[in-house]
Ligand binder design. Structure first.
Ligand code: UN1
Length: 491
């Protein structure tokens, strides 16, 4: 089967007629062929989005919201079929794939409601007989560039608020997960999104992305992906004064204090570090442990990790699915070698499995390092795989310092029974998301999502924060005094 571009309401072949393969990461089998879209396809998509903006911006926001409501219903009806496709294409276990689709459903209904809220505000004017208010305006064509690790959730976090706010979209999904993007756009079409309002192009390599972000008719860019690419996107956007939102990953930690409920902490750690095979921006890759429980926790974690079963995400016994591709396996393994060279102690894992049933897939054993210090590269750099590093600390203050001593600032968590320690952590952990007695993953769509420092450029996705990115404030003054009133002048 071949996927197609979607431009101006038409499903179309790429202009150059070229395709590439989409693989199942658990088996290596080819799933579909994907257009290798080119500069020309992007130019056509942007032109279609630009034209459609002229009418879409005038559709009342509650009506735009109603279309998203229908999108939510269709996603709900097809949840299990979409999740299965996602597991085949991306590798995450079925339960998590269902969760990924569920985030899309939640976002559709939430943003449908924003069509009737999208609040602005009124405020008293400083002059008599004058009315003042602030309203939200749509901006224009939004370039939506998404990663493969949440093939449904992340596109919906961006596309749905963009649409309800009155913008039009050119969507470029990751080349590893084109099918889910295709399904999402088909649903948007079926739900009644008018021609040109959402356009889909595919790209591997830089041509499509580069053409899209630098196109003069693209007004805003929402990007989730690697730090390196994000910096480049920011430079292009900066030089052209485009609005850009970047979400670039994390090096998230769980802190475990001596007084923690250890059973609960271990469940939270395993879920956050090895769920999605560690391929979440929010995944826990550092464990900061108070010295009194360090040894017990290490032993108990080792036991639990040894019991995790690897395999196809479609098998209900599987805990940990494959990594996305061969390069990811190589990258994770390189970090394991770096960790050993740096003097960390490899407790368990650190290799590909030697089970012949898994050899065709991109599997890697869940890995635990101890004796890790904060300066080590395995404690600083995002590995995006099932590798957890344990760091020993003496006090809460030291734990917080260690947490904050990385360039990323997405998510953090603390397990403690001490309410004072919990509130101190909420105040001092320098991340955009903080959990108390829960792991680092599982953000909900109606709260702001994003991080501090190297995680991005200060914008937040999800919640009403998303509308702040996808709309422009317009201040409106209505003078009904019938005479010239001069603000700031004493008449
Ligand atoms: C991501 O990995 O980029 O909070 C998104 C979570 C999910 C979303 C993660 N709701 O783990």
């Amino acid at each position: 089967m071949r996927l197609l571009n979607f431009i101006g309401g038409q499903w179309s072949e790429p202009v150059n007629g070229q395709y590439h393969n989409d693989y199942n990461p658990a088996t290596g089998e080819v799933l579909v062929e994907v257009p290798r879209s080119s500069r020309e396809d992007v130019n056509r998509a942007v032109a279609a989005a630009k034209e459609a903006f002229q009418s879409w911006r005038l559709v009342p926001a509650p009506k735009r919201g109603e279309i998203l409501f229908r999108v939510g219903q269709l996603l709900m009806e097809r949840k299990s079929e979409l999740a299965k496709k996602m597991t085949q294409e991306m590798g995450k276990v079925l339960l998590e794939a269902e969760g990924d689709v569920q985030e899309g459903i939640d976002m559709a209904f939430y943003m449908a409601g924003e069509g009737r809220r999208s609040f602005g505000y009124t405020t008293p004017s400083e002059l008599p007989n004058k009315f003042a208010m602030a309203v939200r305006d749509p901006i224009g064509v939004a370039a939506i560039i998404t990663p493969w690790n949440f093939p449904m959730a992340i596109p919906t976090w961006k596309i749905f608020p963009a649409l309800v706010a009155g913008n039009t979209v050119v969507f470029k999904p990751a080349s590893e997960t084109p099918q889910l993007a295709y399904e999402l756009v088909k649903i948007l079409e079926e739900a009644g999104v008018p021609a040109g309002v959402v356009n889909l192009v595919f790209g591997s390599g830089s041509e499509v992305g580069e053409t899209l972000i630098s196109h003069p008719d693209v007004a805003l860019i929402s990007f989730t992906g690697s730090n390196e690419t994000g910096r480049h996107v920011a430079q292009v956007a900066g030089s052209q004064l485009k609005r850009v939102s970047l979400e670039l990953g994390g090096k998230n930690a769980i802190i475990v204090l001596d007084d923690a409920d250890l059973d609960l902490a271990i469940d939270g750690i395993i879920w956050s570090a090895f769920g999605t095979t560690g391929q979440r921006c929010t995944a826990c890759s550092r464990l900061i442990v108070q010295e009194g429980i360090y040894d017990v926790l290490r032993e108990r974690l080792k036991d639990r990790i040894a019991k995790l079963s690897l395999g196809s995400g479609l098998d209900s016994k599987t805990d940990v699915g494959p990594l996305i591709n061969r390069q990811a396996v190589e990258k994770v393994h390189k970090y394991v070698q770096i960790g050993q060279d740096e003097g960390a102690h490899l407790e368990i894992g650190g290799d590909v499995p030697h089970d012949s049933g898994l050899s065709a897939g991109n599997f890697y054993l869940p890995t635990l390092f101890t004796d890790v210090t904060i300066e080590m590269r395995i404690a600083q750099e995002e590995i995006f795989g099932p590798v957890l590093s344990m760091i020993k600390v003496k006090t809460l203050e030291e734990a917080i310092q260690v947490n904050n001593k990385v360039t990323y600032g997405l998510s953090s968590s603390i397990f403690t029974r001490n309410v004072n320690a919990a509130f101190q952590a909420i105040r001092d952990l320098a991340t955009g998301i903080v959990y108390i007695n829960a792991g680092t993953i599982g953000a909900e769509i109606h709260l702001p999502f994003g991080g501090t420092r190297g995680t991005g450029n200060g914008h937040r996705e999800a919640g009403t924060a998303a509308l702040d990115f996808f709309s422009e404030w317009k201040a409106v003054y209505v003078d009904y005094s019938g005479k010239l009133q001069r603000a700031q002048i004493d008449d």
